[in-house]
Design a protein around this ligand. Structure first.
Ligand SMILES: [Zn+2]
Length: 243
């Protein structure tokens, strides 16, 4: 590929948001020559009950660095906001902070949680909203993707608590079995989080079902030509009709 490498910026709320439902795709993109960055709004300070918040943040920052290394992507960036508070922070300031990183890294593609945050976590909902706003207010990214869980997958996994999308709304399904080892290594980097993870205690067949294919929805794009994830992954994207 001529010119500077294409860039993807994934905007998330917590260390480990990058691993379970999109880590394989990030690893594949990196192997295809895309520079992949994760911007994490918090250090997950509320996620280790046995540790004080600051200490927990330090531990989880290291875990995210470990995960990014395992995926073969750039070291993580942080917004220095506090875990569990993103729905209450000054939204314009947060958007401006994300915007600064976008202006610096000039990604063609943004990736974030969908508006419902999949788990419904208010921090996920907030970063999704900010990233959508940044996309609207800047020109460098040409496409904004949400990582999503198709309804049939949640049903097969008996994960009724997750917010899902109709299967037809998925615009790209990525088989990540070629980078399975890297993805699992990234997940295992999040040592403080995986003890209680139901998916990692599920039978192997269910783990594979949930983790070996990752699903995305093209949320919004500039007018054609679209340089989407599918271009870099050499996969065809469907139009994702939402009904
Ligand atoms: Zn999260």
């Amino acid at each position: 590929m001529l010119g500077p490498p294409p860039v993807l910026l994934a905007v998330f709320a917590h260390p480990d948001d990058e691993a379970f439902r999109c880590g394989g795709t990030l690893a594949l993109l990196s192997r295809r020559g895309v520079r992949v960055w994760v911007l994490c709004a918090t250090r997950g300070e509320a996620g280790v009950p046995c540790l004080a918040r600051q200490q927990a943040g330090q531990v989880r920052e290291r875990e995210l660095c470990c995960s990014c290394r395992a995926l073969g992507i750039e070291p993580p960036r942080f917004l220095d906001l506090q875990d569990g508070t993103l729905a209450q922070v000054n939204e314009e300031q947060a958007i401006a902070q994300v915007m600064r990183i976008v202006r610096e890294l000039r990604p063609q593609i943004l990736l974030t949680w969908p508006p419902d945050g999949v788990s419904g976590h208010p921090d996920h909902v907030a970063v999704s909203r900010w990233t959508g706003e940044v996309f609207q207010r800047t020109v460098s990214p040409v496409a904004l993707y949400h990582l999503v869980v198709p309804r049939s997958l949640a049903e097969a996994m008996e994960m009724g608590h997750l917010h899902t999308v109709p299967d037809e709304a998925v615009t790209l399904a990525v088989d990540v079995s070629a980078v399975w080892a890297a993805k699992m290594a990234a997940i295992r980097c999040h040592r403080t989080q995986i003890g209680g993870s139901p998916i990692l205690h599920a039978p192997e067949v269910k783990q594979r079902l949930f983790l070996s294919t990752e699903h995305f929805q093209l949320a919004t794009a500039r007018p054609a030509p679209l340089i989407g994830l599918g271009v870099f992954l050499r996969l065809e994207e469907n139009s994702g009709h939402d009904s």
